[in-house]
Design a protein around this ligand. Structure first.
Ligand code: ZN
Length: 477
């Protein structure tokens, strides 16, 4: 009897998790200016309650729900030409996959597998379907820019609910805030309308790094901060120190209640400085453009992330694709359970992680806890001793025209003040495009950095540990 009851619960959770999204008003897909209806707010509350309930369950129970949903994703994947071929080629008996051991029979994929695939071979909808959200990844970790389709509902409900739960745990009052725009995107490369908080976001705010009206813009930002109740500032860790400096320069010290960061782990000095200066609660999440957010920082354990197990299966795998033990580093491997438009199974964004014991955590969330290992330091070194981030260049290639030409890129600093940009291209870039690239390097690094651009047809590297940026080797003292 107990087992039957449990099975019914599993089925019920599975159905609930995929049903809420289906009840969303249609105009949520076609516009970004729709009023937040009562129905939407209620669906959001329901999603939040469901996820909270799941976080409290034993994880073994959650895994049963994941397996049922995985089987649905496999059925969908097999309907696409690419996945169907992949299963045939790799001799995967996908219909028989019923356990996590069976899942091991699907070899993981990386960006290299999908970068040249026609999107229609992976897609279950028309490319212009209003419920589809296209997101492009700059490939700043892997050197392979890629475009991927997501159900819009992933961000509208699934991810938003997880972010709100985490905010609530830090004192954010949900009931008081669903009616106003509490979120502000600051210097983000992605606009708010492709983001989970879009229904709660004010217009994006930018202060370019070397802008001459930085003071004026900082005062403007200060006003917005003062006028927004329960402000949630959304940005990348790289921006935080200069934000503190800008406010110091104008002798202002506004209170920013919540800061959420994404993009890279938060260095401890950045966290401390920002928390103290703005008197903020600060946390980050982990994800990729093509998966959406996958994990969110635990309230109690700094730098450790809980997988969003209501929407993904998270695995950490060694080089032979075997699951690693707790404490061992493994490649982060994600299967999206809520992407029904462009299935993504056992996908490796290229980052490494390590599971940490859940017993460390007393936050009440039983979803797996892991740390993301530091990415290589993406810093260019100058003969003046200056060190600047290479990231703005890495983000260049997900834009037209580069996105249609560049399959993969790698940047190497071979000597002071000089880099080599190697582009693996599908077809040769025009001279204008190359000139624009030089101009951008010149602008960002104020003429102090020279670049050689090399176009090639093959950057021979099949390893997911491919390094997108090779920094200057520092000689031993
Ligand atoms: Zn926790």
């Amino acid at each position: 009897m107990g087992r039957v009851f449990e099975y019914l619960q599993v089925v019920l959770f599975k159905k609930t998790l995929s049903r809420y999204a289906k009840l969303l008003p249609k105009d949520f897909f076609t516009t970004t200016t729709t009023k937040k209806t009562e129905l939407y707010k209620n669906l959001l509350r329901a999603e939040i309650e469901t996820i909270k309930q799941l976080q409290k369950e034993e994880f073994e129970f959650v895994k049963k729900i994941q397996l049922l949903r995985l089987r649905e994703v496999l059925v969908l994947a097999a309907q696409t030409r690419w996945w169907n071929n992949y299963f045939l080629q790799k001799k995967v008996a996908w219909k028989r996959i019923a356990t996590f051991d069976d899942l091991q029979t699907i070899p993981p994929i990386t960006r290299n597998n999908i970068v040249d695939v026609e999107k229609k071979d992976l897609l279950l909808l028309e490319a212009n379907d209003p419920s589809l959200l296209w997101r492009s990844s700059s490939g700043s970790t892997t050197g392979t820019p890629v475009v991927w389709g997501l159900n819009k509902t992933i961000l509208i409900l699934n991810v938003l609910a997880s972010l709100l739960i985490q905010l609530e745990k830090r004192g954010f009052l949900l009931s008081a805030n669903l009616n106003h725009k509490f979120c502000l995107h600051y210097n983000m490369f992605m606009t708010a309308d492709k983001h989970a908080f879009k229904w709660f976001a004010q217009p994006d705010f930018h202060i370019p790094n070397h802008s001459s009206d930085r003071r004026k813009k900082t005062i403007e930002l200060s006003l917005i901060i003062a006028q927004t109740q329960n402000l949630v500032l959304f940005t990348s860790p790289n921006e935080l120190i200069s934000l503190v400096d800008s406010f110091r320069d104008i002798g202002d010290r506004p209170h920013i209640p919540f800061i959420i960061t994404v993009g890279s782990p938060l260095p401890p000095h950045v966290r401390d400085t920002t928390t103290q200066y703005f008197h903020s609660q600060i946390f980050s999440f982990y994800g990729a453009q093509e998966t959406g957010p996958c994990a969110i920082e635990c309230v109690n354990v700094k730098d450790a992330y809980h997988a969003l197990s209501d929407r993904i299966i998270l695995e950490l795998l060694d080089e032979h694709n075997r699951p690693v033990k707790e404490g061992e580093a493994g490649l982060i491997t994600v299967t999206c359970l809520d992407n029904t438009v462009m299935p993504l199974i056992r996908y490796q964004p290229g980052d490494w992680g390590v599971f940490v014991s859940n017993s460390l955590c007393t936050c009440g969330n039983h979803f797996p806890l892991f740390k993301v290992l530091e990415r290589t330091t993406d810093v260019v070194t100058f003969s003046t001793g200056e060190r600047l981030s290479i990231v703005p260049i890495l983000r260049f290639f997900n834009r037209p025209p580069y996105i249609s030409f560049v399959r993969r890129f790698q940047i190497e600093q071979d000597r002071h003040d000089h880099i080599i940009v190697r582009l693996e291209v599908k077809k040769l870039l025009s001279e204008t495009a190359i000139t624009r690239l030089h101009e951008r390097v010149g602008r960002i690094f104020k003429g102090k950095l020279q670049a050689d651009v090399v176009q090639t047809t093959n950057l021979t590297q099949e390893n997911p540990k491919f390094r997108v940026f090779i920094p200057l080797k520092t000689p031993r003292p």
